[in-house]
Design a protein around this ligand. Structure first.
Ligand SMILES: NC(=O)c1ccc[n+]([C@@H]2O[C@H](COP(=O)([O-])OP(=O)(O)OC[C@H]3O[C@@H](n4cnc5c(N)ncnc54)[C@H](O)[C@@H]3O)[C@@H](O)[C@H]2O)c1
Length: 427
């Protein structure tokens, strides 16, 4: 089977690269991306997303696209023209009005359409609402290739469930949902993934079922976090420690262990809008899904106001105070700064007239500057601060000597509830 299969992975980001590396243990894989610097860094054995370790990446690379088992990365369309499986892992963002932006999916479908041949299978992995693969992407493939869907070429969908920064639940160890555009193709898609996913697969009956399954996984998480964020607001007003309440309630077998916090990144905070958009298209106004989004999007402002209250309670002059923000990435132990909600905390704190210093050993300062116009440092600042906000639970922050960073009256606010008695207040 391996000899007859040649896989192209389109989009080599957080999802595409680990998948390409995994398939490359058994198949000939061409990783294709439009981002030239990204392809160059990967071919030199470096992954700046930190998802694939240097030795692992280097040992998977081959130096030409001719078809031997291994990974070759390219920006050149001709290198993917003799592949027979095309797996699309491009971003699915929202626009400024939180509407799904399918541009990367349309563009990558055009790319694949140009090299599509009889018998090829195009599998989408990007998170979408039900119907995007067959109603939005397949027509592009048909138009550009001139081939007929489910006669000349076929489609599949297999949503990705990885959790960036998580070295335990890697792509091979997460059960994978698969689907195909016909029952026979479903079986073929399932067999392809079964060859490398040690955790096994679940073949869904249709592509729309598989698409819906992924988008509700993330929407469910968003809603559950929104619920505990609401609890945090209530318990703060009642002067009860939310984490203590959650710990006590968590002793019941069916209580779900969610923690309050900022919901950023381009999955949990974005995917519910995809589902909401589709629901609205068919005439249903989603209440719970959008209420969850509103609650979670309000948390940056809430954290800032809590920090200011805490400073006032400790007689710290807010205007002109020096505040240290620990972490700006959207989650712990990961360099991804896309859609990070720490910037909401910073923006709201700045409105109170404080001076902000951001320390994040993982975030790339030029990326943060480019995305948000903010200065960050990867080196621990030497000065003293009037207030310290732990916004992201990077492991580097857990053993910090807070006393060396605190001025005389300084306070520490812990968004993630990981500092124990080193903090004055937590979310
Ligand atoms: N990051 C996650 O945690 C995660 C988890 C599960 C699912 N997903 C979903 O997977 C998809 C990809 O996410 P990601 O985090 O890997 O994104 P990413 O931004 O890290 O990577 C996407 C890559 O696609 C490339 N690209 C964009 N347009 C292209 C085109 N037309 N042709 C070729 N390459 C193109 C980009 O240059 C980039 O390297 C999204 O739909 C996302 O929702 C992400």
């Amino acid at each position: 089977m391996n000899k007859d299969i040649k896989i192209a992975i389109i989009g080599l980001g957080y999802v595409g690269l680990p998948l390409a590396r995994l398939f490359a243990t058994k198949f000939s894989v061409i990783g294709f991306d439009i981002n030239k610097p990204r392809v160059a860094e990967l071919m030199s054995g470096i992954d700046s997303t930190l998802e694939v370790e240097k030795e692992l990446l280097q040992s998977s690379l081959v130096d030409n696209p001719s078809g031997e088992v291994g990974l070759y990365c390219s920006t050149d369309l001709k290198d993917i023209k003799d592949c027979n499986y095309y797996i699309i892992t491009v971003p699915t963002p929202v626009d400024k009005n939180n509407r799904p932006d399918l541009t990367p999916l349309y563009k990558s479908s055009e790319t694949v359409g140009k090299v599509l041949k009889i018998g090829d299978i195009v599998i989408y992995e990007s998170t979408v609402y039900p119907g995007v693969t067959e109603d939005e992407c397949v027509p592009v493939l048909e138009k550009v290739s001139g081939l007929k869907f489910n006669q000349d070429f076929f489609a599949g969908y297999s949503p990705e469930r990885i959790n960036p920064g998580d070295k335990e639940h890697t792509v091979d160890k997460i059960l994978k949902v698969t689907a195909g555009s016909t029952p026979e193709i479903g079986k073929k898609v399932d067999d392809l993934y079964k060859a490398v996913i040690t955790a096994g697969t679940h073949l869904a009956p249709t592509i729309k079922v598989a698409e819906a399954a992924k988008v509700i996984e993330n929407s469910q998480r968003d809603i559950n976090i929104a619920f505990v964020n609401e609890l945090a607001k209530i318990f703060n007003m009642l002067d009860i420690d939310t984490n203590d309440v959650l710990e006590a309630a968590g002793t019941k077998w069916n209580f779900l262990p969610f923690k309050p916090g900022l919901v950023g990144g381009h999955c949990i905070g974005v995917d519910p809008y995809y589902l909401a958009q589709k629901a609205q298209e068919v005439g249903y106004h989603p209440e719970i899904i959008l209420a969850g989004r509103r609650m979670n999007d309000s948390m940056g402002q809430y954290v800032a106001s809590e920090v200011v209250k805490l400073m006032l309670q400790h007689d710290i002059k807010v205007k002109g105070a020096n505040v240290l923000i620990l972490g700006i990435t959207f989650k712990e132990n990961c360099p991804d700064v896309r859609n990070t909600k720490v910037v909401d905390v910073i923006k709201n704190l700045k409105e109170y007239g404080v001076n902000i210093t951001i320390y994040d050993p993982l975030a790339n300062p030029s990326e943060v500057k480019h995305e948000y116009g903010l200065e960050t440092t990867r080196d621990l600042p030497k000065q003293k601060f009037d207030s310290i906000v732990l916004a992201v639970a990077h492991k580097e922050f857990l053993d910090l000597e807070f006393n060396e960073l605190k001025s005389q009256k300084s306070v520490v606010y812990d968004v993630k509830g990981v500092l124990g008695d080193k903090c004055d207040k937590k979310l």
